[in-house]
Design a protein around this ligand. Structure first.
Ligand SMILES: NC(=O)c1ccc[n+]([C@@H]2O[C@H](COP(=O)([O-])OP(=O)(O)OC[C@H]3O[C@@H](n4cnc5c(N)ncnc54)[C@H](OP(=O)(O)O)[C@@H]3O)[C@@H](O)[C@H]2O)c1
Length: 255
Protein backbone atom coordinates (compact mmCIF):
# COMPACT_ATOMS: atom_id res chain seq x y z
CA UNK A 1 0.00 0.00 0.00
CA UNK A 2 1.02 3.63 -0.50
CA UNK A 3 0.84 5.53 2.76
CA UNK A 4 0.97 9.12 3.91
CA UNK A 5 2.10 9.44 7.51
CA UNK A 6 0.80 12.44 9.46
CA UNK A 7 3.07 12.90 12.48
CA UNK A 8 6.71 12.13 13.10
CA UNK A 9 6.77 11.09 16.76
CA UNK A 10 7.25 7.67 18.36
CA UNK A 11 4.30 5.96 16.68
CA UNK A 12 4.75 7.44 13.20
CA UNK A 13 8.45 6.52 13.32
CA UNK A 14 8.05 2.91 14.46
CA UNK A 15 4.98 2.19 12.30
CA UNK A 16 6.62 3.90 9.31
CA UNK A 17 9.69 1.66 9.67
CA UNK A 18 7.50 -1.41 10.10
CA UNK A 19 5.49 -0.52 6.98
CA UNK A 20 8.65 0.13 4.98
CA UNK A 21 10.23 -3.18 6.09
CA UNK A 22 7.03 -5.07 5.25
CA UNK A 23 7.12 -3.85 1.67
CA UNK A 24 4.72 -0.90 1.79
CA UNK A 25 5.64 2.49 0.37
CA UNK A 26 5.56 5.52 2.62
CA UNK A 27 4.99 8.25 0.05
CA UNK A 28 5.16 11.24 2.34
CA UNK A 29 5.64 12.32 5.95
CA UNK A 30 3.87 15.36 7.36
CA UNK A 31 5.06 17.11 10.49
CA UNK A 32 4.49 20.66 11.70
CA UNK A 33 8.20 20.52 12.54
CA UNK A 34 10.03 20.30 9.20
CA UNK A 35 13.22 18.97 10.79
CA UNK A 36 11.27 16.01 12.22
CA UNK A 37 9.50 15.45 8.89
CA UNK A 38 12.78 15.48 6.97
CA UNK A 39 14.54 13.09 9.36
CA UNK A 40 11.77 10.47 9.24
CA UNK A 41 11.18 10.91 5.49
CA UNK A 42 14.88 10.27 4.88
CA UNK A 43 14.72 6.99 6.84
CA UNK A 44 11.65 5.87 4.89
CA UNK A 45 12.78 7.05 1.47
CA UNK A 46 9.73 9.32 1.38
CA UNK A 47 9.00 12.95 0.57
CA UNK A 48 7.98 15.35 3.34
CA UNK A 49 5.82 18.35 3.93
CA UNK A 50 5.05 20.81 6.71
CA UNK A 51 1.64 21.68 5.32
CA UNK A 52 -1.56 19.67 5.56
CA UNK A 53 -2.67 21.45 2.36
CA UNK A 54 0.20 19.83 0.48
CA UNK A 55 -0.51 16.18 1.31
CA UNK A 56 0.00 13.79 -1.59
CA UNK A 57 -3.27 12.72 -3.18
CA UNK A 58 -1.75 9.45 -4.45
CA UNK A 59 -1.85 7.41 -1.22
CA UNK A 60 -4.06 4.40 -0.51
CA UNK A 61 -4.10 5.15 3.22
CA UNK A 62 -3.60 8.25 5.40
CA UNK A 63 -2.33 7.49 8.92
CA UNK A 64 -2.78 10.23 11.53
CA UNK A 65 -0.27 9.48 14.31
CA UNK A 66 -0.27 12.71 16.32
CA UNK A 67 -0.85 13.30 20.05
CA UNK A 68 -4.33 12.25 21.24
CA UNK A 69 -5.28 15.86 21.95
CA UNK A 70 -4.33 16.93 18.40
CA UNK A 71 -6.10 14.20 16.39
CA UNK A 72 -9.43 16.03 16.20
CA UNK A 73 -7.96 19.40 15.23
CA UNK A 74 -5.63 17.83 12.62
CA UNK A 75 -8.65 15.95 11.22
CA UNK A 76 -10.44 19.25 10.64
CA UNK A 77 -7.59 20.59 8.49
CA UNK A 78 -7.64 18.28 5.44
CA UNK A 79 -9.85 15.93 3.49
CA UNK A 80 -9.08 12.84 1.44
CA UNK A 81 -12.49 12.43 -0.25
CA UNK A 82 -13.15 8.71 -0.04
CA UNK A 83 -9.52 7.66 0.50
CA UNK A 84 -9.16 5.72 3.79
CA UNK A 85 -7.88 7.59 6.84
CA UNK A 86 -7.07 6.19 10.28
CA UNK A 87 -5.75 7.41 13.60
CA UNK A 88 -3.59 5.37 15.96
CA UNK A 89 -5.02 6.40 19.34
CA UNK A 90 -6.37 4.03 21.97
CA UNK A 91 -8.65 6.53 23.66
CA UNK A 92 -9.98 8.69 20.80
CA UNK A 93 -13.27 7.87 19.04
CA UNK A 94 -13.10 6.85 15.41
CA UNK A 95 -15.86 9.38 14.68
CA UNK A 96 -13.48 12.37 14.97
CA UNK A 97 -12.23 11.36 11.50
CA UNK A 98 -15.66 11.79 9.87
CA UNK A 99 -14.78 15.23 8.43
CA UNK A 100 -11.68 13.84 6.66
CA UNK A 101 -13.11 11.03 4.55
CA UNK A 102 -16.13 8.83 3.99
CA UNK A 103 -13.80 5.89 4.71
CA UNK A 104 -12.37 6.25 8.18
CA UNK A 105 -11.15 3.95 10.89
CA UNK A 106 -8.60 3.17 13.57
CA UNK A 107 -5.30 1.29 13.50
CA UNK A 108 -4.28 1.12 17.16
CA UNK A 109 -0.91 -0.50 17.86
CA UNK A 110 -1.19 -2.25 21.22
CA UNK A 111 2.45 -1.85 22.10
CA UNK A 112 4.77 0.63 23.79
CA UNK A 113 6.54 2.41 20.93
CA UNK A 114 9.61 4.61 21.17
CA UNK A 115 11.41 6.33 18.32
CA UNK A 116 14.79 5.14 19.53
CA UNK A 117 13.92 1.43 19.88
CA UNK A 118 16.56 -0.70 18.14
CA UNK A 119 14.30 -3.69 17.59
CA UNK A 120 10.68 -3.41 16.47
CA UNK A 121 8.69 -5.69 18.79
CA UNK A 122 5.61 -7.74 17.92
CA UNK A 123 2.73 -5.26 17.61
CA UNK A 124 -0.86 -6.52 17.93
CA UNK A 125 -3.29 -4.15 16.16
CA UNK A 126 -6.81 -3.24 17.24
CA UNK A 127 -8.68 -2.17 14.14
CA UNK A 128 -12.00 -0.49 13.47
CA UNK A 129 -13.66 0.97 10.41
CA UNK A 130 -16.86 2.85 9.59
CA UNK A 131 -17.87 0.19 7.03
CA UNK A 132 -17.25 -3.53 6.65
CA UNK A 133 -15.14 -2.82 3.54
CA UNK A 134 -12.74 -0.53 5.40
CA UNK A 135 -12.60 -2.95 8.33
CA UNK A 136 -11.51 -5.71 5.94
CA UNK A 137 -8.97 -3.44 4.23
CA UNK A 138 -7.49 -2.32 7.56
CA UNK A 139 -7.42 -5.87 8.93
CA UNK A 140 -5.56 -7.03 5.80
CA UNK A 141 -3.13 -4.12 6.15
CA UNK A 142 -2.59 -4.80 9.87
CA UNK A 143 -2.04 -8.49 9.12
CA UNK A 144 0.68 -7.53 6.64
CA UNK A 145 2.50 -5.84 9.55
CA UNK A 146 1.71 -8.22 12.39
CA UNK A 147 0.52 -11.72 13.22
CA UNK A 148 -2.27 -10.27 15.40
CA UNK A 149 -5.07 -7.98 14.22
CA UNK A 150 -8.46 -7.78 15.87
CA UNK A 151 -11.56 -5.73 15.09
CA UNK A 152 -12.67 -3.72 18.15
CA UNK A 153 -15.32 -1.08 18.78
CA UNK A 154 -14.38 2.31 20.27
CA UNK A 155 -15.47 1.07 23.72
CA UNK A 156 -13.54 -2.20 23.48
CA UNK A 157 -10.43 -0.31 22.35
CA UNK A 158 -10.77 2.22 25.20
CA UNK A 159 -11.04 -0.64 27.71
CA UNK A 160 -7.99 -2.32 26.17
CA UNK A 161 -6.12 1.00 26.34
CA UNK A 162 -6.95 1.22 30.05
CA UNK A 163 -5.76 -2.38 30.51
CA UNK A 164 -2.52 -1.48 28.70
CA UNK A 165 -1.95 1.56 30.94
CA UNK A 166 -2.42 -0.52 34.10
CA UNK A 167 -0.37 -3.53 33.01
CA UNK A 168 2.42 -1.69 31.23
CA UNK A 169 2.69 1.97 32.26
CA UNK A 170 1.98 1.26 35.92
CA UNK A 171 4.43 -1.66 36.16
CA UNK A 172 7.09 0.53 34.56
CA UNK A 173 6.36 3.20 37.17
CA UNK A 174 6.91 0.57 39.87
CA UNK A 175 10.27 -0.23 38.23
CA UNK A 176 11.15 3.49 38.29
CA UNK A 177 10.22 3.79 41.99
CA UNK A 178 12.25 0.64 42.74
CA UNK A 179 15.20 2.04 40.79
CA UNK A 180 15.11 5.19 42.97
CA UNK A 181 14.85 3.08 46.12
CA UNK A 182 17.87 0.96 45.03
CA UNK A 183 19.93 4.02 44.16
CA UNK A 184 19.09 5.61 47.50
CA UNK A 185 20.28 2.50 49.35
CA UNK A 186 23.30 1.89 47.07
CA UNK A 187 21.78 -1.37 45.80
CA UNK A 188 21.95 -2.63 42.23
CA UNK A 189 18.60 -2.48 40.40
CA UNK A 190 20.19 -4.72 37.73
CA UNK A 191 20.17 -7.63 40.21
CA UNK A 192 16.36 -7.56 39.99
CA UNK A 193 16.20 -7.91 36.21
CA UNK A 194 16.27 -11.77 36.11
CA UNK A 195 13.39 -11.77 38.63
CA UNK A 196 11.40 -9.19 36.64
CA UNK A 197 11.91 -11.16 33.41
CA UNK A 198 10.99 -14.46 35.04
CA UNK A 199 7.71 -13.11 36.46
CA UNK A 200 6.73 -11.61 33.07
CA UNK A 201 7.73 -14.81 31.24
CA UNK A 202 5.65 -16.92 33.63
CA UNK A 203 2.50 -15.30 32.22
CA UNK A 204 2.88 -17.77 29.34
CA UNK A 205 2.24 -20.56 31.84
CA UNK A 206 -1.05 -19.54 33.37
CA UNK A 207 -3.37 -16.92 34.82
CA UNK A 208 -1.68 -13.99 36.59
CA UNK A 209 -4.07 -14.48 39.52
CA UNK A 210 -2.64 -17.98 40.03
CA UNK A 211 0.98 -16.80 39.95
CA UNK A 212 1.02 -14.31 42.84
CA UNK A 213 3.77 -14.68 45.42
CA UNK A 214 5.11 -12.43 48.22
CA UNK A 215 4.31 -11.49 51.82
CA UNK A 216 0.83 -10.04 51.13
CA UNK A 217 -0.64 -13.26 49.67
CA UNK A 218 1.03 -15.27 52.47
CA UNK A 219 -0.57 -13.00 55.07
CA UNK A 220 2.91 -12.35 56.49
CA UNK A 221 2.10 -9.25 58.58
CA UNK A 222 5.51 -9.29 60.34
CA UNK A 223 7.41 -8.82 57.07
CA UNK A 224 4.89 -6.25 55.80
CA UNK A 225 5.37 -4.20 59.00
CA UNK A 226 9.18 -4.39 58.62
CA UNK A 227 8.93 -3.17 55.00
CA UNK A 228 6.53 -0.36 55.96
CA UNK A 229 8.98 0.78 58.67
CA UNK A 230 11.87 0.78 56.19
CA UNK A 231 9.78 3.03 53.93
CA UNK A 232 9.03 5.60 56.62
CA UNK A 233 11.26 8.18 54.92
CA UNK A 234 9.59 7.62 51.54
CA UNK A 235 5.92 8.50 51.85
CA UNK A 236 5.12 7.92 48.16
CA UNK A 237 6.56 4.39 47.96
CA UNK A 238 5.15 3.52 51.38
CA UNK A 239 1.67 4.54 50.16
CA UNK A 240 2.04 2.44 46.96
CA UNK A 241 3.35 -0.53 48.99
CA UNK A 242 0.42 -0.35 51.40
CA UNK A 243 -2.19 0.08 48.65
CA UNK A 244 -0.88 -2.86 46.59
CA UNK A 245 -0.49 -5.12 49.64
CA UNK A 246 -4.11 -4.39 50.60
CA UNK A 247 -5.24 -5.01 47.02
CA UNK A 248 -3.47 -8.40 46.95
CA UNK A 249 -4.95 -9.37 50.32
CA UNK A 250 -8.44 -8.34 49.19
CA UNK A 251 -8.15 -10.50 46.07
CA UNK A 252 -7.18 -13.60 48.04
CA UNK A 253 -9.16 -13.10 51.24
CA UNK A 254 -11.15 -16.19 52.22
CA UNK A 255 -14.84 -15.61 51.58
N1 LIG B 1 3.95 5.70 21.72
C1 LIG B 1 3.18 4.68 22.01
O1 LIG B 1 3.59 3.77 22.73
C2 LIG B 1 1.81 4.58 21.42
C3 LIG B 1 1.20 3.30 21.35
C4 LIG B 1 -0.07 3.19 20.79
C5 LIG B 1 -0.72 4.32 20.31
N2 LIG B 1 -0.13 5.54 20.38
C6 LIG B 1 -0.87 6.69 19.85
O2 LIG B 1 -0.20 7.21 18.71
C7 LIG B 1 -0.44 8.64 18.62
C8 LIG B 1 0.89 9.36 18.56
O3 LIG B 1 1.59 9.12 19.75
P1 LIG B 1 3.18 9.21 19.85
O4 LIG B 1 3.58 8.29 20.93
O5 LIG B 1 3.78 9.07 18.51
O6 LIG B 1 3.36 10.68 20.36
P2 LIG B 1 4.66 11.59 20.25
O7 LIG B 1 5.88 10.77 20.13
O8 LIG B 1 4.55 12.57 21.36
O9 LIG B 1 4.46 12.34 18.86
C9 LIG B 1 3.36 13.18 18.69
C10 LIG B 1 3.34 13.70 17.27
O10 LIG B 1 2.19 14.53 17.15
C11 LIG B 1 2.57 15.77 16.58
N3 LIG B 1 1.66 16.80 17.03
C12 LIG B 1 1.35 17.11 18.32
N4 LIG B 1 0.45 18.12 18.33
C13 LIG B 1 0.20 18.45 17.02
C14 LIG B 1 -0.62 19.41 16.39
N5 LIG B 1 -1.39 20.25 17.09
N6 LIG B 1 -0.60 19.47 15.03
C15 LIG B 1 0.17 18.63 14.31
N7 LIG B 1 0.98 17.69 14.87
C16 LIG B 1 0.98 17.61 16.20
C17 LIG B 1 4.00 15.97 17.05
O11 LIG B 1 4.61 16.90 16.21
P3 LIG B 1 6.01 17.64 16.62
O12 LIG B 1 7.08 16.66 16.25
O13 LIG B 1 5.97 18.85 15.82
O14 LIG B 1 5.93 17.90 18.10
C18 LIG B 1 4.54 14.55 16.89
O15 LIG B 1 4.86 14.29 15.55
C19 LIG B 1 -1.28 8.99 19.85
O16 LIG B 1 -2.63 9.01 19.49
C20 LIG B 1 -1.00 7.85 20.83
O17 LIG B 1 -2.06 7.63 21.73
C21 LIG B 1 1.11 5.69 20.93
Amino acid sequence: MKIVLIGSGNTATVLGKKMYRCGHTVLQVFSRNLQHATALAEDLNASYTGSLNALSTDADLYVIAVSDTAVESVARQFTTGNKPVVHTAGSVSMEVLKPVSSNYGVLYPLQSLRKDMQRIPEIPFLVNGCTTEIQVLLCDFATSLSSEAKICTDVERLNMHLAAVISSNFTNHLYALTEQFCNHHQLSFDLLIPLIKEVAFRLNEGLAANLQTGPAIRGDEITIKKHMKLLEGDEQLQHVYSLLSQSIQKMYEKK
